[in-house]
Design a binder for this molecule. Structure first.
Ligand code: AMP
Ligand code: MN
Ligand code: MN
Length: 329
């Protein structure tokens, strides 16, 4: 999918730019934040003016990342209109926040690995076979013959560890391990990353109790799901960002092909996290419901109460995989 000429074009566009605004998706994760801060770090070395904007700011567990304190969280703090906009780890303007469509007329560079991305930019470097956007940036920095130092290596390590579940998911390729070996040799602070990314709050673990209690099957036992309502979030005092990772529990069940976790982000509006085993392609399921992602991990936001959302989800899974679906428990 990606070829070397795309990488060269992206490299040239970044080199020509003077003032850049770096953006990624809302509900930021290790890959988006690690990638944003890695690219910022290298562009600063190249003498560029760089701003990084993250809707809602950097979640606590990522504050250790070098440069996290420079991230702009409110649109009012952005300086004048940027000359070049870089969108990382995201392929849709709606997922950037910030009413970012207004940047669509500017020179836009898009670097992403989501299967559903079509390229937002004038130049795009897209590779859905890459485990993380951080891996694409590693290739870019190798092309520039950039020196790795502990700060840069820690950002890239966070990006790759985040999207591979610390090197456990099926996207953990030989390239992932080869690149990671170089990052560790350059001083990536692996233990620091693990401690921060895996740390959970009291309220997260208490809410997990309810998530496990509510585990139920669907799609004739081929799927498992759980959910939290807005009232549950209020009761446990957790944010949507704090609920990150709950989808991994239905995913753990042996024999389950599709795992879903639904969280009510607004009244009767659920953010859905999907995980799968072969052959189910959840990026196609999510795309049918207006979202996107990867074959084994995808997401979308749908309207309705939990039963209505599950019906929509089952219908989409049925359409994509021809698994006959019905609600069960
Ligand atoms: P999550 O379940 O939030 O960890 O997301 C799993 C994967 O799906 C990530 O790679 C996300 O970037 C992607 N994803 C989640 N929600 C959406 C959405 N609404 N549109 C496109 N991609 C999404
Ligand atoms: Mn991401
Ligand atoms: Mn990613």
């Amino acid at each position: 999918m990606a070829n070397h000429s795309d990488l060269q074009k992206v490299a040239a566009a970044l080199q020509e730019a003077g003032r850049l605004l770096l953006l990624a998706h809302v509900s930021p994760d290790g890959d988006s934040l690690g990638s944003l801060l890695a690219l910022r770090y290298v562009l600063l070395r190249h003498g560029k003016q760089v701003e990084v904007y993250v809707e809602g700011g950097v979640p606590d567990r990522y504050r250790f990342l070098p440069g996290a304190e420079t991230v702009i969280a409110s649109p009012g703090q952005l300086s004048e209109l940027p000359a070049t906009v870089v969108v990382l780890d995201c392929g849709e303007w709606e997922r950037v926040g910030l009413q970012a469509e207004r940047f669509a007329g500017l020179p836009v560079v898009n670097i992403d690995h989501h299967r559903t991305s079509k390229g937002l930019g004038i130049v795009n470097y897209l590779d859905s076979s890459a485990a993380a956007t951080g891996l694409l940036l590693f290739r870019l920095f190798a092309y520039w013959q950039e020196d790795l130092d502990p700060a840069l290596a820690t950002c890239l390590y966070t990006a790759i560890a985040g999207d591979t579940g610390f090197f456990r998911y099926s996207n953990t390729t030989a390239e992932v391990h080869q690149v990671t070996a170089k990052l560790l040799a350059a001083g990536a602070e692996q233990a620091l990353v693990y401690e921060n990314l895996e740390a959970r709050s009291w309220s997260h673990l208490k809410a997990l109790g309810l998530v496990l209690e509510r585990l139920a099957s669907f799609a004739l036992g081929k799927g498992a799901y759980s959910y939290l309502t807005a009232a549950d979030l209020g009761r446990f005092g957790i944010s949507v960002a704090d609920a990150d990772g709950f989808v991994n529990y239905p995913r753990l069940l042996m024999g389950v092909q599709v795992a879903a976790f639904l969280i009510e982000v607004e009244a009767d509006t659920y953010k859905v996290s999907l995980r799968s085993r072969e052959p189910v392609d959840v990026s196609a399921v999510a795309a049918l419901l207006g979202g996107g992602g990867h074959a084994r991990a995808a997401g979308c936001t749908i309207k309705g109460n939990i039963e209505q959302c599950m019906r929509q989800l089952e219908a989409a899974i049925h359409e994509v995989s021809n698994v006959k679906c019905c609600m069960g428990s």
